[in-house]
Design a protein around this ligand. Structure first.
Ligand code: GLU
Length: 186
């Protein structure tokens, strides 16, 4: 069991994501990470171990962020290492994703991507999602995610950010719970 979370709004994004990750801690996890968009670039941080370790890793990063996604991982494919922790980033650096669940056909998807020369940095089933999102990118988060989801078998809740989209992110799910909330500040 693990969890994903994303937020967008006028709140302090990194603080809010860390608070949300702490609320997911009870589900169990081996590593944690987050990706934010600072208006220009994606900023990714991840660590093995406690959320406190991630908080320390974030200390040196700029506070400003427009939106972000985050993850607590309970490894199913690949050992609990920093490389296997989420978010996973696409080969061109344009996309970051977090994934809860299992991609059952990841081996064939990974072979397909490897045949195109795309390098893998992790042992996870999840990394294929980021690479396909970059390959299928059509300028629209929702339709790109739909194209990626059409390739996936298994259960998932996924959140995705794109470097060209500083004001929105996208989520999708299949056989995993996902809740959307609207507050006064985000
Ligand atoms: N299957 C993914 C992995 O091993 C996600 C695991 C999870 O749901 O935390 O990285």
């Amino acid at each position: 069991m693990c969890g994903i979370v994303g937020c967008i709004g006028s709140m302090a994004i990194k603080d809010t994501l860390l608070e949300c990750l702490r609320k997911l801690e009870y589900r169990g996890y081996d590593s944690a990470g987050l990706a934010t968009h600072d208006g220009n670039n994606l900023v990714v941080a991840k660590e093995v171990g406690r959320i406190d370790m991630l908080q320390q890793a974030l200390a040196g990063l700029p506070r400003q962020a427009c939106l972000g996604i985050a993850h607590t991982r309970w490894a199913t494919h690949g050992s609990p290492t920093r490389a296997n922790a989420h978010p996973h980033v696409s080969f061109d650096g344009s996309v970051a994703i977090v994934h809860n669940g299992i991609i059952e056909n990841y081996r064939e998807l990974r072979s397909e991507l490897s045949a195109q020369g795309i390098p893998f940095l992790s042992e996870t089933d999840s990394e294929v999602i980021a690479h396909f999102a970059a390959l299928y990118w059509d300028g629209d988060l929702v339709s790109t995610m739909a194209k990626v989801a059409s390739r996936l078998k298994g259960s998932y809740a996924i959140a995705m950010v794109h470097s060209l989209c500083p004001h929105s992110f996208v989520v999708t799910r299949k056989d995993s719970p996902l809740v959307a909330g609207l507050g006064t500040d985000g």
